[in-house]
Design a protein around this ligand. Structure first.
Ligand SMILES: Cc1cc2nc3c(=O)[nH]c(=O)nc-3n(C[C@H](O)[C@H](O)[C@H](O)COP(=O)(O)OP(=O)(O)OC[C@H]3O[C@@H](n4cnc5c(N)ncnc54)[C@H](O)[C@@H]3O)c2cc1C
Length: 430
């Protein structure tokens, strides 16, 4: 059994790999590297997330694949008033849950004589470990090429949508958001709570509306696709959409979602590229949904004109007398307006060559990890989650970095199973 493991990352994934290692009988030393602001919560489940809600019902948020009702049981004890399995609870409550698991894990480590070291620093001594686990979460979004360096380096550009510098933002001018997904929704709500009541413009290439989780409890009719090449799947889902109500269709997507990883692994490289170019946003829209109460808030914002969602393209961004002059194509029209800032909500960088994370940069430089064939993360063995590079030790990866190989590798339901699999893999190594 390997003796010295380094876990890199201070979020859900790192916590659950450690917990699974201990649960599965690991004996040895674990060193966890994390940033000062996050020992276990990551940006998603911070205790100061205000009234932001989870995007997934409580019944699907257990941290343990073998105990699907673990989170609901926590709620029944700690927050009985919001313990309905179908509820969407505040993210900070999930943060409390994660903290309680982490506290328990640390005390289990002591009892089981597992040495657990926590280090608030970047790892730079890879060779001191028998094995590495990359649990680094979401990278910052790529800086749009239309932004001049002067803007990127100023407070007018907010490049980390999970850590907004609110005090640097002017409350009188409109705000420009690039991107139109879950992060845009969070950002609008966060801004309103912080007293930013001005107009917000959100621009994305596709301009799809975020969909809400159906409220009805319906019986799911999930037909199975006969063939799982990309063209057949697109045909299958188009047919399903025509046959059913929207709510029924969305529930059948949920029922089929866990199979998407296998379909993805069967795609040719060309099919993966086509999916990325033409269908990823569509699939993302039906797949990543928001609670209906949040969807209603966004609808109200749009109906009142306070939030304008455009489909189009960013053309230019300039600094002009303490404001951002942004020119963008919206439909057929070119719009020009002045904004207090641009917030980048385009989603995490996926190309390891472009990631700013020093650990990933160093591992890529050493060729210990390499990009997968469609540059959506690290090239890994799908059944083991182990990187295929030239490293002298095993490097396991969990979460976002596995997207190119598995595609579905973001939600708690996926991460908890990956944590268990990685612990099993580590323990089976000689
Ligand atoms: C805003 C938001 C809301 C979400 N809501 C849901 C939801 O409701 N339901 C659901 O199923 N999923 C949700 N997800 C998806 C997923 O559950 C979370 O992203 C989850 O927190 C991912 O955990 P993680 O540990 O992989 O990454 P993270 O939580 O991002 O944690 C990674 C941590 O590692 C640190 N780190 C990175 N590099 C290094 C380094 N070199 N050295 C040390 N530390 C490093 C980071 O600072 C971070 O703290 C959400 C995601 C986001 C972003």
């Amino acid at each position: 059994m390997p003796k010295k493991i380094a876990i890199i990352g201070g979020g859900f994934a790192g916590t659950m790999v450690i917990r699974q290692l201990i649960d599965q009988g690991f004996q040895g030393e674990i060193t966890r590297f994390h940033h000062a602001d996050s020992e276990t919560l990551g940006p998603a489940y911070r205790l100061d997330s205000g009234d932001l809600l989870l995007n997934v019902r409580s019944q699907n948020m257990s941290a343990f694949p073998e105990e699907p009702d673990h989170f609901v049981r926590f709620l029944q004890t700690e927050h009985p008033e919001i313990s309905h399995p179908r509820a969407f609870v505040p993210r900070s409550v999930y943060g409390n849950y994660l903290q309680s698991i982490w506290t328990e894990t640390k005390s289990m480590a002591k009892q089981n004589l597992v040495r657990l070291d926590l280090k608030q620093e970047e790892i730079n001594n890879f060779e001191d470990f028998d094995m590495l686990v990359l649990a680094t979460g979401n990278e910052l979004p790529r800086i749009p090429k239309e932004l001049p360096k002067t803007v990127v380096e100023s407070a007018f550009y907010q490049g980390n949508p999970w850590e907004l510098e609110l005090e640097a933002m002017n409350k009188n001018l409109p705000i420009f958001i690039l991107g139109n997904g879950l992060t845009m929704v969070d950002t609008v709500l966060r801004l309103r709570t912080a007293g930013f009541h001005q107009k917000i413009v959100a621009l994305s290439t596709h301009g799809f509306n975020m969909l809400a989780h159906p409220e009805e409890e319906l019986t799911v009719i999930s037909a199975q696709p006969e063939r799982t090449d990309l063209v057949s799947l697109v045909h299958f889902f188009n047919q399903e959409r025509k046959k059913h109500s929207e709510a029924q269709f969305l529930l059948s997507i949920d029922a089929l979602r866990s199979q998407f990883s296998l379909w993805w692994q069967g795609f040719t490289t060309e099919e993966k590229r086509t999916f990325l170019k033409r269908f990823r946003h569509m699939w993302g829209t039906v797949r990543h949904r928001i609670p209906s109460v949040i969807a209603k808030k966004i609808e109200l914002e749009r109906a009142s004109g306070q939030l304008k969602v455009c489909s189009g393209k960013l053309l230019s961004v300039d600094l002009e007398e303490g404001q951002l002059r942004i020119q963008f194509l919206s439909g057929e029209n070119i719009s020009v307006d002045h904004f207090s800032c641009l917030i980048n909500c385009t989603g995490p960088e996926t190309s390891i060559e472009k990631m700013s994370n020093p650990v990933l940069q160093e591992l890529a430089k050493r060729k210990w990890v390499t990009a997968d064939e469609v540059s959506q993360g690290i090239d890994i063995h799908p059944e083991k989650l182990r990187a295929r590079g030239e490293a002298p030790m095993s490097i396991y990866t969990i979460g976002n970095l596995c997207k190119g190989t598995l595609w579905e590798s973001t939600a708690i339901g996926e991460l908890r199973s990956q944590a268990k699999l990685i612990a099993k893999g580590i323990l089976s190594e000689k």
